[in-house]
Design a protein around this ligand. Sequence first.
Ligand SMILES: [Cu+2]
Length: 261
Amino acid sequence: MGEERQEGGRTVREYELVARDAEVEVAPGVFYPAWTFDGQVPGPTLRAREGDRVRVTFKNEGTHPHTIHFHGIHAANMDGTFEIVGPGQEYVYEFDAEPFGMHLYHCHTTPLRKHIEKGLYGVFIIDPKEGRPPADEMVMVMNGFDTNFDAENEVYTVNGVAFHYQRHPVEIKKGELVRVYLANFTEFDLINSMHIHANFFDYYPTGTRLEPTEYTDTKMLAQGERGIMEFAYGRAGSFMFHAHVNEFAELGWLGFFKVEE
Ligand SMILES: [Cu+2]
């Protein structure tokens, strides 16, 4: 949760994010020339507690101008839309963490589509003051990669690598509460979706309320939409999860939960 320090009686969480160009491996042997935060797509997950002060030092070591636009409530000059940070420059974003929920950050330099499709995005979680019940937690960012530069995605993933969780299933314990912070950063396609097999989940849109609004097994998200899923598996075994947009599943957005006794 960043570098934690106390300043004038309150908690400050400091992060540093560095934009840089990097080749990322989006499927075994398939490399994509990305623009990244800290060399990875999606970028590192930032996390704070409601009411913390958040300070993010942004360094642009890339070849293009960038910013960081945080979803949240903050001052105009902390919004990452006007203060463009050129290569070799840096900028410090500082704001109070509000409201609690499952949020995003991404570059907001024009042409915006280009800066998103290249990979400059990540997740920003603000925990409620009182916290959430203990759970086995993970972030899943749904995205795609246009590996032949034809303005369509050839590869779809959760967390940046096609079929990663098919080769390396997510291990969870039978009966244990699992909490997935789910976000859609897919460019070019208007929607993406998440379906889990042989189970249902509680869904909290944007995570900004403590009561779920839905109990379902499939959730469709538009670009920039996100939410929190909670579920537990009552039986051991392998269970698939994937985009219910079948084309995306076949091109990489598919994985397994391995539920153990
Ligand atoms: Cu950018």
